[in-house]
Design a binder for this molecule. Structure first.
Ligand code: NAD
Length: 467
């Protein structure tokens, strides 16, 4: 199962109902429940990513124009790390944890039994095609499920590579890749999975949720939105500028947790803009051709948002339609109703909104939908504590960006329109496990005799004291 020479049954030659039926059959045998099977699959998944690093980097370059270092950092290392961590810890995570019961429940024992849901559907996004398809699969496999993976059709080389590699490394009767677009996703959802994880935009997320509802399929929705960066008056502007620029340039700004826009205190706004300009120039190292966008549709969307801006273009602003590239661009004080401030940007354009103070910054974020990520740059503890307490968000990172995604120690997910549910590390295992309550009782002596009818006053008195 782990060598390239084994010819796998290709899931793409099979129709969707047959694929799901085959996986259901495997799950019913109980094979995927054993901790040993889970460990083997997770180790094989890690091996698949590590052994095929060059092919993965090549696919990411074809789909997204991604540099090999960025391919390694964002898709390869993070996903391999997730799989390694899960393989190491799954035995511990799956262990029964006895709960201390109330006196009235004694004698008896109670615990949570982590039960796999069954067959899980993972629908991935294109911007980190490996991390966002195989990453959720790590949690689903650790939990002992069979899994159907539906990579995004917008990154076709990555999708095709996953379809080729997965059957060569993983249990082909328990893990399948189905390639295709939104219609294929809908056909899959219509099969009535036991659990579903979708990563993508909020509007498509709504459609996925609606389709899943008719089967009562529980969902994890990893959605998008506009993630703000508050730069407070006391922030370390040098470092903030570099980190914001780095995060906005990575993958051409096409990251769900990229800094969507900055809210800058008026006292440091100009210094911040100058230093972001300096950081962009240093990071691009003389290359003014711009950042490659995934496709023409997204390129056109970004260019028209930029053309519509009423703000001041302080950095970049140029684009090249023949290469679908956009220069790293900073727009100062756009109109708050224009597309750049209304829709998720998902590109290398950074609006900067000026505010008078921290109160205004917090009010600004809170007047908008709850973001997937909220960022803050400050050196002051009281500022940090205020923002942590007063700004709701899927996750928060102080004095840096993006790294909340790359730890297995914290849950990653959105809130409200940025999503529901979370994964990574143990949280992924829990997300794809049903927490079955188990209570066991003894039969002799039969202490329940006091609650059996006919009810006497004496029994009632005793019961009132006990329960
Ligand atoms: P998308 O919503 O266009 O597509 C995501 C997936 O949904 C693809 O696999 C696609 O085939 C499928 N799909 C398309 N139409 C569908 C339909 N009608 N029914 C069911 N499935 C359908 O998202 P995208 O363009 O790939 O990614 C960009 C968006 O995803 C951004 O909004 C971004 O913020 C968000 N995102 C979120 C996360 C996260 O972890 N929260 C990560 C990456 C991207």
């Amino acid at each position: 199962m782990t060598t390239e020479s084994v010819a796998p049954p290709s899931s793409t030659t099979e129709d969707i109902p047959s694929t799901v039926k085959r996986l259901r059959k495997t799950f019913a045998t109980g094979r995927t429940r054993s901790i040993e099977w889970r460990r083997q699959q997770l180790k094989a998944l890690e091996r698949m990513i590590v052994e095929n690093e060059a092919q993965i980097a090549d696919a990411l370059n074809q789909d997204l124009g991604r540099k090999p270092f960025e391919a390694w950092l964002a898709d390869i290392a993070s996903t391999a790390g997730e799989a390694r961590d899960a393989a190491k810890n799954v035995g511990k995570w799956a262990k029964r944890k006895q709960r201390l019961l109330e006196f009235s429940q004694l004698p008896g024992r109670g615990w949570v039994e982590y039960e796999p849901y069954g067959v899980v559907l993972v629908i991935g996004a294109w911007n980190f095609p490996f991390a966002l398809t195989l990453g959720p699969a790590v949690g689903a496999l650790a939990a002992g499920n069979a899994v159907v993976l539906k990579p995004s059709e917008v990154a076709p080389a990555s999708s095709a590579l996953m379809a080729r590699l997965v059957p060569r490394y993983l249990d082909t009767d328990a893990v399948a890749v189905v390639e295709g677009d939104g219609a294929v996703s809908q056909e899959l959802i219509a099969q009535g999975f036991d659990r579903l994880c979708f990563t993508g935009g909020t509007e498509i997320g709504r459609k996925v949720y609606e389709a899943a509802a008719s089967h009562l399929t529980p969902v994890t929705l990893e959605l998008g939105g506009k993630s703000p960066v508050i730069v407070a008056a006391d922030a370390d502007i040098d470092v903030a500028a570099k980190r914001i620029a780095f995060s906005k340039l990575l993958n051409s700004g096409q990251i769900c947790i990229a800094p969507d826009y900055v809210i800058a205190d008026a006292s440091i706004r100009d210094e911040l803009v100058d230093k972001i300009r300096g950081a962009v120039e240093a990071f691009e190292a003389g290359d003014t051709s711009g950042k490659r966008i995934v496709n023409e549709r997204h390129f056109d969307r970004l260019v028209s948002s930029l053309a519509a801006t009423k703000g001041t273009v302080a950095v970049g602003g140029g684009s090249d339609a023949s290469e679908i590239k956009i220069q790293p661009t900073v727009v100062v004080d756009p109109d708050l109703d224009e597309p750049l401030m209304r829709d998720e940007i998902f590109g290398p354009i950074l609006p900067i909104v000026t505010v008078a103070n921290l109160d205004e910054a917090i009010d600004f974020v809170n007047s908008r939908p709850k973001p997937l990520a909220a960022y803050l740059f400050t050196k002051t503890k009281s500022v940090r504590e205020r923002v942590i307490k007063e700004v709701p968000a899927g996750g928060m990172l102080v004095n840096h960006l993006l790294f909340q995604f790359t730890t297995t120690k914290l849950p990653f997910g959105g809130v409200g329109p940025s999503g529901m549910g979370a994964y990574h590390g143990k949280f992924g295992f829990e997300e794809f496990s049903h927490r079955k309550s188990v209570l066991t009782k003894t039969t002799r002596p039969d202490l329940s005799a006091i609650i059996y009818p006919p009810y006497t006053d004496k029994a009632w008195k005793l019961a009132r004291r006990l329960f």
